[in-house]
Write a protein that binds this ligand. Structure first.
Ligand SMILES: N=c1c2ncn([C@@H]3O[C@H](COP(=O)(O)OP(=O)(O)OP(=O)(O)O)[C@@H](O)[C@H]3O)c2ncn1[C@@H]1O[C@H](COP(=O)(O)O)[C@@H](O)[C@H]1O
Length: 163
């Protein structure tokens, strides 16, 4: 069987196959007779490996942002829950209610991060130490009514100014 592609008069040789154990299913196999793309190119896979790496970078950035925004939303939710009488115990709520505790935790976590560097520990704990710093600092942001977006904007401006 030959099937004409409407826009560009290119052809695919199509064969149909039935699977023995799946009598109600048909698999069509298309074998191009000449180029398969309307541009006349052999394929439509125009994306280079380099572009794929860039896409991966974008995906990683999106994941990082989604995580930060989601953490921000959780912290805001805990703040709203403080208004209710009964709610489950939450470390975030404790921090939001106690500025001294919040400050001392941020200092403690930042100190742990620095000590890890000074004492030349291997890097296996770096991510979790940094996560502790970020989380506690983000509770402070909420307490001061500052959005993570504002922080990211400042970081973006700084990096542009330094190019
Ligand atoms: N990221 C955190 C987070 N990191 C640490 N902690 C808590 O912070 C407290 C102190 O943390 P530490 O790391 O200092 O714990 P530690 O036992 O002193 O251990 P060391 O550091 O001394 O080894 C513990 O009760 C931890 O559970 C956190 N509590 C909450 N979050 C985030 O906040 C969200 C809401 O949490 P709740 O408010 O508890 O519902 C969670 O889903 C998380 O995303």
């Amino acid at each position: 069987m030959k099937q004409k592609l409407p826009a560009n008069l290119l052809f695919l040789k199509v064969t149909a196959k039935k699977l023995e154990d799946q009598p109600h299913q048909i698999i069509y196999l298309g074998k191009p007779d000449g180029p398969t793309c309307h541009t006349g190119s052999e394929t439509c896979y125009f994306t280079s490996i380099g572009d794929l790496f860039k896409e991966q970078e974008v995906e990683e950035t999106n994941l990082a942002l989604t995580t930060l925004y989601s953490l921000e939303a959780t912290i805001s939710k805990r703040e709203l829950e403080l208004a209710g009488k009964h709610g489950k115990r939450s470390w975030t709520k404790r921090l939001l209610l106690d500025e001294n505790l919040l400050s001392s935790k941020i200092r403690e976590e930042a100190d742990e991060l620095c000590r890890m560097l000074e004492e030349k520990e291997d890097s296996s704990c770096t991510a979790s130490e940094m996560a502790d710093v970020i989380y506690h600092a983000m509770v402070l942001l909420r307490h001061k009514d500052v959005k993570i977006e504002n922080v990211l904007e400042v970081l973006g401006e700084d990096s542009l100014n330094r190019v």
